[in-house]
Design a protein around this ligand. Structure first.
Ligand SMILES: [Zn+2]
Length: 508
């Protein structure tokens, strides 16, 4: 009797251990990826490798119907996981089986698969949905922009929620296929290469493919009537640009800027290394907003960027992001300087190239034009806070910080860093401390004090970005090394650079 009991207990125990994992080991994935600036953005417990977004869109009514298929890998034993999404969901399937789902918070879609997902397993998630995106407000706004002839999805950090469900955080990048059915006579613009079009029964399907990892906020979509130009750069890179047919007085200035994309991407390659993607271009839809956005391979420009004439400086800024932001992406939003500091600095380099003011002159001008008690200096570019993520200081002080780095390590090491970083970290994610470690490795210099002073201190640095040799002859180098000197002359490029300052003001 006693023996039997022991045997039974042992059998029960071994049976228990033979189960791969008990149900209690499977936990829900977190509702956010853990970003301190945006606690609910992205999700925990899985990584996405691919989005297949298949839509039908009616411009007349803004009605959008979609099926998005997500290929993901569980990074923990998952009983449930979240997606970020704003439209009405009709059905979710996980690995072919209907899944239970509900919504919570502003943009959380909670999915409970019929069978839990073991850590390391692959999941195919299919979400069917529809809605009128322009009417769906989250946190009081919609990033879905209506135009007279269609609509545009572009915004940072939020834009995906209104057209596809996702793990909406730049730390989880994926490849994309975007295929959209629109009434004949309309066109669809998205990222990457247009792989095909087909028409049937009054509707035309446009299929786009981005075959390199892309952050969700860098996915873009536009439906409307466009004049399209295509070309290849001297290096053989396909160029695809599109302009709304109703840009009016801004049409020529937009073309005079965006048509130089091929030339400018080649020029930037000299500083940043080989262009990381398989196509390039921009589009200018007739939206009422003022910003531009570095949507991957296909930059979004508001017509207002060209309302004072052509602006190649904004094109340089957005193309610089293809390396700094798109290919090498943020691990967390607090490191936005890695995007905006370098995109602004590329405008300084373009100014220098155009003989409209050197990078040093621009840095001196920024330093001198903000007195010590200016609120400008209270923003730390290296950790500006969510509310100041896109404030002018992240761009301008951020670029001055890069000039200070250049002066500290010298031109030879500086330009090796500028090109080596996006080459070494291509298609990945990164943080400011990782960049600092890289710059220290390349230059052989300790840079902690420099980064603290320029990126992480809420005060005006005691001295400006001193040019080599300028300290000894400060009186001969206006601005350099001064605390409150006379304001140097405004560099010729300054106004065009400042016109790009509403870049990421998504209008909310
Ligand atoms: Zn930017």
């Amino acid at each position: 009797m006693r023996k039997r009991l022991i045997v039974s207990a042992a059998s029960a125990l071994s049976l228990f251990l033979a189960v791969p994992a008990s149900a209690s080991d499977f936990q829900p994935g977190a509702a956010g990826v853990g970003d301190s600036y945006y606690p609910t953005y992205g999700n925990g417990g899985y990584n996405v490798s691919h989005y297949d977004i298949r839509l039908k869109y009616q411009p007349a009514t803004d009605e959008l119907e979609g099926t998005t298929t997500i290929l993901a890998t569980a990074t923990q034993d998952l009983s449930r996981f979240n997606l970020d999404f704003a439209l009405n969901v009709a059905e979710v399937r996980v690995n072919g089986r209907p899944a239970a789902f509900t919504t919570s918070g502003e943009q959380e879609l909670e999915v409970t698969p019929a069978r839990p997902l073991a850590k390391g397993s692959q999941a195919t998630v299919v979400v069917r949905y529809k809605g009128v995106p322009s009417t769906v407000k989250k946190y009081g706004f919609t990033a879905w922009l209506r135009t007279p002839d269609g609509a545009v999805a572009a915004g940072e950090p939020e834009s995906a929620w209104w057209w596809f469900p996702s793990n909406d955080h730049p730390s989880d990048k994926a490849t994309f296929d975007v295929s959209v059915l629109v009434p004949d006579g309309n066109q669809v613009i998205s990222n990457g290469i247009l792989t095909g079009t087909s028409s049937q029964a009054g509707w035309t399907r446009y299929s786009w493919r981005e075959n390199k990892p892309q952050a969700t906020y860098l996915a873009t979509l536009a439906v409307g009537k466009f004049d399209v130009t295509t070309d290849t750069t001297p290096g053989g890179l396909p160029v695809y640009n599109a302009y709304s047919k109703d840009l009016g007085d801004n049409a020529d200035a937009a073309r005079a800027s965006v048509e130089r994309t091929g030339e400018l991407v080649d020029w930037l390659s000299g500083y940043f290394g080989d262009y990381p993607f398989s196509s390039v271009g921009g589009y200018v839809p007739n939206v009422p907003t003022g910003f531009a956005l570095e949507t991957q391979t296909r930059v979004f420009y508001s017509p207002r960027q060209f309302s004072r004439g052509a602006n190649t400086s904004v094109v340089v800024h957005e193309l610089a992001h293809q390396w700094y932001g798109d290919s090498v992406s943020l691990s967390r939003w607090s490191d936005i300087w890695l995007n905006e500091g370098f995109a602004r600095y590329s405008q300084f380099l373009w100014s220098e190239h155009e003989n409209e003011g050197t990078a040093q002159e621009l840095a001196d001008y920024v330093y001198a034009s903000h007195p010590a008690d200016d609120a400008f200096w209270t923003v730390k570019p290296g950790d500006p806070g969510a509310d100041n993520q896109f404030s002018g200081a992240v761009y301008d002080r951020g670029a001055v910080a890069i000039q200070a780095l250049r002066n500290t390590v010298g031109d030879e090491a500086f330009f090796r860093i500028l090109k080596g970083w996006p080459t070494e970290r291509r298609y990945g994610n990164a943080t400011i401390p990782e960049f600092q470690a890289y710059a220290e490795k390349v230059s052989g210099k300790k840079l902690g004090d420099l980064f603290t002073t320029w990126l992480f201190t809420a005060a005006k640095p005691a001295t400006g970005p001193v040019a080599p040799g300028a300290a000894a002859a400060a009186s001969l180098a206006p601005g350099a090394g001064q605390t409150d000197g006379q304001l140097p002359a405004e560099p010729k490029s300054w106004k065009k650079i400042q016109e790009t300052n509403s870049l990421h003001d998504a209008g909310h």
